[in-house]
Design a binder for this molecule. Structure first.
Ligand code: SAM
Length: 281
């Protein structure tokens, strides 16, 4: 590659870092330890859509225009999700984890990085079917306020329900997914009874502290966007949220193996990335 080309790519990387820094300093959203490849891809995509001359223009626009920053937050947030995503994981919860929870008088669950709520309602349905929901409190958090509002509403395009139903059946669903929603102008609205024990809130895993002490943390498909340092910090947050015997569930492409907190957990169902916090003797 020619020297000039190399230099301009290097400059682009510097400008991206400055943009990320400006967003942190002005608005407190800290993407400095997200995976660099992820941040670069998403920022360049926004740059191409923006019609601006260079990334430095994006810095000026970010400092002056909150709406532009909200767009970047949305870009960096990647909110792709689905109900009963990875059905085998939910089947493992139903068949192997819930029997352990049956003896608990009260169960607290934290869905960290819950996006638009599909995985949270999946959990609520599962717990209802296993007779655990009435003594469960679910905290569902995400740093993106727009997506948390959607999660609270629990309204999804009807055309996605077919795919969600297939997942539900594969996860060992005991009825029909349509038992849990009503249809209104092309949308599926999840039943209010599912929301009864769910608290939705904004919480930033990078800048906020422990949310609550819980028995089960579900943080799936979030750590993949963080670098090793940040993954470790967030896992420490989970260590501090879980008592001995508490459970941590990660996404299919995530694991604890490289974390400095690995020794605090035992793999319980390794295939499904379910870990148990060790008992201290
Ligand atoms: C790909 S979605 C995963 C959603 C769901 N957990 C699942 O597995 O289907 C990643 C979510 O993590 C959230 N997220 C990213 N950075 C975060 C942070 N610092 N704190 C809290 N949530 C974050 C995003 O807003 C997004 O909704």
């Amino acid at each position: 590659m020619k020297k000039n080309q190399n230099e301009s790519l290097e400059n682009q990387d510097i400008e991206i870092r400055l943009l990320v820094d400006a967003i942190y300093q002005k608005y407190g959203y800290d993407f400095r330890n997200y995976s660099q490849a992820h941040v670069k891809r998403r920022i360049l995509n926004r740059f191409n859509l923006s019609g601006m001359k260079n990334i430095t223009d994006m810095i000026h626009e970010s400092l002056a225009n909150r709406k532009f920053v909200d767009q970047i937050l949305m870009d960096l947030s990647i909110t792709v999700t689905e109900m009963f995503r990875d059905p085998a994981f939910y089947k493992a919860l139903r068949e192997e984890i819930f029997p352990l929870l049956q003896s608990y008088p009260f169960i607290k669950i934290w869905h960290a990085g819950c996006s638009s709520g599909e995985e949270v309602y999946s959990m609520a349905i599962l717990m209802k079917e296993e007779g655990l929901y009435e003594r469960t409190q679910i905290y569902a958090t995400d740093f993106n306020p727009v997506i948390i509002k959607q999660a609270k509403d629990g309204v999804y395009p009807l055309n996605r329900m077919k795919e969600f139903s297939v997942n539900y059946q594969k996860a060992g669903g005991k009825g029909s997914l349509s038992d849990y929603y009503t249809i209104n102008s092309g949308d599926a609205k999840l039943l209010e009874i599912l929301k009864k024990n769910i608290v939705f809130a904004t919480h930033n895993l990078v800048t906020d502290s422990v949310f609550a002490e819980v028995n089960l943390v579900i943080c799936r498909n979030v750590l993949i966007y963080f670098d090793r340092y940040l993954q470790d910090r967030v896992i420490k947050l989970f260590v501090d949220s879980l008592p001995e015997g508490g459970l941590l569930c990660l996404g299919s492409k995530e694991n604890l193996q490289f974390s400095s907190h690995y020794h605090e957990f035992n793999p319980l169902i390794p295939k499904e990335k379910i870990y148990i916090r060790k008992y201290l003797l």
